[in-house]
Design a protein around this ligand. Structure first.
Ligand SMILES: [Zn+2]
Length: 530
């Protein structure tokens, strides 16, 4: 069986390595140029790559090898496990896939074309957010919040149909529902993820109650009402997913005269993770037609790693370039002696953890001081408020992500239940925001991720937990210098324990080997709660 697996891998790699590279390059071109031709080429390349996994003969071969339980070599066994999941996900009747894509496109169009309406005036999402952030008039806020929720009734029924259809696909592959399938095929056990989120809930609840009290008094004062009269529209955000600006520090002013790419290059070089080769292949600044966001891509898992950015001298882009290069060093410093299938991150959330770990430095006053951006006096002056605002940001987001995870899990388990009530019960429980009296609307359907980016939100949270766990391990065992500036041992540790193992271990096994413990919410609580 091991021989059969080896020969499977040989033909698999011969087929997939060039397709993977062609897809990554076409995607890169499409994002740089935005031309129709490049977009079409990218779509075709993705299709060619995905087609590999729909092959039922290859899947049958993998299934037979897997069910023999005779592949014992750990490197072969791990590849078998990962490839089995990839192929299993591809074994869906193409008419069911086509139907799913059609439903998703329909819904996507409705979101794209939706504009909130206030007294016949159409508003974009950005304009709604602007009103929620800046207005202090209760009626104006309510109007804006309710206007944005108008999309709900327009898409709710379509989403429920899509959920049933996704469940049908999952059941055909032997899963009980789509949520379970999504997690399992991405290498996560649903019970393990739920247990982590429960642990996080227990560790953050009390601190959040207190913080929520502070937030409420701040808003009560701002709107000149009693805290008990606060409504969902009073929290300066459509979903209360971002923290209000209670402890404002103007970071942008410190970066006005800085060069974020240069700072990032100097920093990474100082910790022994030189990024010159990545930056040389990257596209860092704005140009016409180019994707306006940022991402990092591993073109060939053999050292061609690139990041796309639109850098400007401000804190957002300082954070972003540190973040993207965090993904970059994870990919670049992989172990080239591992087979192709294992030369990737342990899980998408583990590379997100590294990216956050470094991105957060952009608002770390000690780091800013050590990098020569501000002097020591200024660093001390803003350290209290910087810490408080990061803490607030993390806690507010964590409570919101709980709502998303639990809502989706329950919705896929039973799409026929009263989803409007499910949503508000979770919002009240985790975010501690009261449902407006008598409201019975599909407010859950206004969050586009529920429909179009399903069952992924918890990975942001797991990424934060791992980021904190690594932070704790490093500051306890490697260096007490929390800015990490010039600490080569930090780079060496991450390279050896996180980047080089790639995906050869199950993510929780990698984390245990790297930090001595499986993933836990303890260190997130230690960093942001206590
Ligand atoms: Zn990222």
């Amino acid at each position: 069986m091991e021989k059969r697996m080896k020969s499977f891998l040989a033909s698999y790699e011969a087929k997939v390595i060039p397709l993977y590279r062609a897809d990554a390059l076409a995607d890169w071109d499409a994002n740089i140029t935005g031309t129709d031709a490049a977009l079409a080429a990218s779509e075709k390349a993705s299709f060619e790559l995905e087609k590999v996994y729909t092959d039922s003969k290859s899947f049958a071969e993998l299934k037979e090898i897997k069910e023999s339980n005779a592949v014992l070599d750990p490197i072969l066994a791990r590849q078998l496990e990962l490839l089995y999941n990839l192929y299993l996900g591809g074994q869906v009747d193409t008419t069911l896939i086509a139907e799913r894509l059609r439903m998703e496109t329909e819904i996507s169009k409705k979101y794209l074309n939706f504009r909130a309406k206030i007294k016949d005036k159409e508003l974009t999402d950005n304009q709604i957010e602007e009103i929620l952030r800046n207005s202090t008039s209760g009626s104006e806020l309510q109007e804006a919040w309710e206007a944005h929720k108008q999309i709900g009734p327009g898409v709710a029924e379509d989403i429920v149909k899509l959920v049933r259809h996704r469940n049908l696909i999952a059941q055909k592959l032997g899963f009980s529902n789509f949520h379970e399938m999504s997690l399992k095929l991405s290498g996560q056990e649903p019970a393990e993820v739920t247990a982590l989120l429960d642990e996080l809930d227990n560790l953050t609840r009390e601190a959040f109650v207190k913080l929520k009290g502070d937030i409420d008094s701040y808003f009560a004062k701002r709107y000149k009402i009693n805290a008990s009269e606060l409504q969902p529209w009073h929290y300066q955000n459509r979903y209360f997913q971002e923290a209000p600006d209670i402890y404002p520090v103007d970071f942008d002013k410190y970066y006005k005269t800085q060069d974020p790419a240069k700072l990032a290059a100097t920093f990474y070089d100082g910790i022994g993770l030189n990024v010159d080769a990545i930056l040389a292949k990257s596209d860092l600044y704005e140009k016409p037609g180019k994707n306006q966001h940022a991402f990092c891509t591993d073109i060939d898992r053999s050292g061609d790693v690139r990041t796309l950015d639109n850098i400007k001298p401000d804190v957002y882009w300082m954070n972003t370039i540190l973040h993207e290069l965090g993904h970059g060093v994870y990919s670049f410093y992989n172990d080239r002696s591992l087979p192709f299938t294992l030369r990737t991150e342990a899980h998408t959330f583990t590379t997100e953890a590294i990216a956050n770990f470094f991105g957060n430095l952009a608002k770390n006053p000690v780091w800013m001081n050590k990098m020569g951006i501000i002097d020591e006096k200024e660093s001390e002056k803003i350290s209290g408020d910087s810490r408080k605002s990061l803490r607030l940001e993390m806690l507010v987001f964590s409570r919101w992500a709980q709502v998303m995870y639990r809502f989706e899990k329950s919705m896929y388990e039973n799409p026929e239940q009263d989803l409007n009530s499910l949503w508000w019960n979770l919002v009240e429980k985790y975010q501690m925001i009261k449902k407006p009296e008598g409201r019975n609307m599909p407010d859950w359907a206004t969050k586009i991720h529920v429909a179009l980016y399903p069952c992924y939100y918890h990975n942001y949270l797991l990424g934060y937990l791992l980021s904190s766990q690594l932070h704790n391990y490093i500051t306890t065992n490697i260096t007490a210098n929390e800015s990490f500036v010039g600490e080569k041992a930090v780079g060496a540790y991450l390279k050896e324990k996180v980047f080089m193992p790639g995906s050869r271990y199950y993510w929780n096994e990698m984390i245990e080997k790297a930090t001595g413990e499986k993933l836990t919410a303890k260190y997130y609580a230690k960093q942001f709660v206590q």
